[in-house]
Design a protein around this ligand. Structure first.
Ligand SMILES: Nc1ncnc2c1ncn2[C@@H]1O[C@H](COP(=O)(O)OP(=O)(O)OP(=O)(O)O)[C@@H](O)[C@H]1O
Length: 219
């Protein structure tokens, strides 16, 4: 087992009092497995991804990554976890504005001490980024930034990639092409993938689909 979420609960404070978003989520991912996380808007998909990515802590329950409990790590431990064990591809691309495309792509791989020139060249080639390497993020379209964000995450070959509607703000043709590429590259890199998507068409391309409803995984 790569990732194991067990009995995860999470509440947020709101003006009307606490709102329990996750009410006992169980979810397992095998190494290199791709899973689509679906569910209505507001069902807690992003919340779940944030917890799995070490961006936030669950109220109760356990998150095991390679047998280690991530949910109880302190801030430093979670920062190390994010640096070396997970890759995040979110809608807001979080590229570093002061670095050009080439430097953005190698940034995480270098931080995680996993820089591999050959793999990086292959990513640049497959993602069609060669002509853009000297540009800065603000000089790129949304689809181009998305491809850079995918390259940046995969360059570090994290065991687990967490992707939150990564193609949500692209037109359908571009979204399809970018997702196909991401799937094929995560498979090449041997990464597991947990992908939040509203699209059943996209979800069908993954190994397995799960549905978040009423604070639990129901399918
Ligand atoms: N920081 C926060 N503070 C208070 N409430 C929050 C916070 N983050 C999320 N929520 C609430 O928790 C619920 C789940 O949000 P979340 O973003 O996880 O859902 P989602 O399934 O990803 O939705 P969408 O598909 O619309 O992106 C929502 O009702 C949201 O308003």
């Amino acid at each position: 087992m790569l990732l194991s979420l067990s009995k995860i609960t999470k509440s947020y404070q709101s003006a009307e009092g606490p709102v329990q978003v996750l009410k006992g989520v169980d979810l397992d991912l095998m190494p290199a497995e791709s899973v689509a996380l679906t569910g209505e808007s507001g069902s807690g998909k992003s919340t779940l991804l944030h917890l799995a990515g070490g961006l936030d802590r669950p109220d109760t329950g356990a998150i095991f990554m390679n047998g280690r409990d991530v949910g109880t790590l302190d801030d430093n431990g979670r920062a190390r976890y994010r640096r070396s064990e997970v890759g995040l591809v979110f809608q807001q691309f979080n590229l570093i504005p002061s670095l050009d495309v080439a430097a953005n792509i190698s940034f995480h791989a270098r931080l995680a001490d996993r820089f591999d020139l050959e793999w990086e060249r292959e990513l640049i080639d497959r993602l069609g980024l060669e002509p853009l390497l000297r540009r800065y993020p603000e000089q790129l379209s949304g689809g181009q930034q998305q491809r850079v964000a995918i390259g940046r995450t995969l360059a570090a070959r994290p065991p687990l990639v967490l992707a939150d509607e990564p193609t949500g703000n692209l037109d359908e043709t571009t979204a399809d092409a970018v997702l196909d590429l991401m799937l094929s590259l995560t498979q090449n890199a041997g990464c597991a993938l947990l992908l939040v998507t509203h699209s059943t068409r996209l979800a069908d391309k993954l190994d397995r689909k799960v549905l978040l409803r009423g604070g639990r995984i129901v399918a």
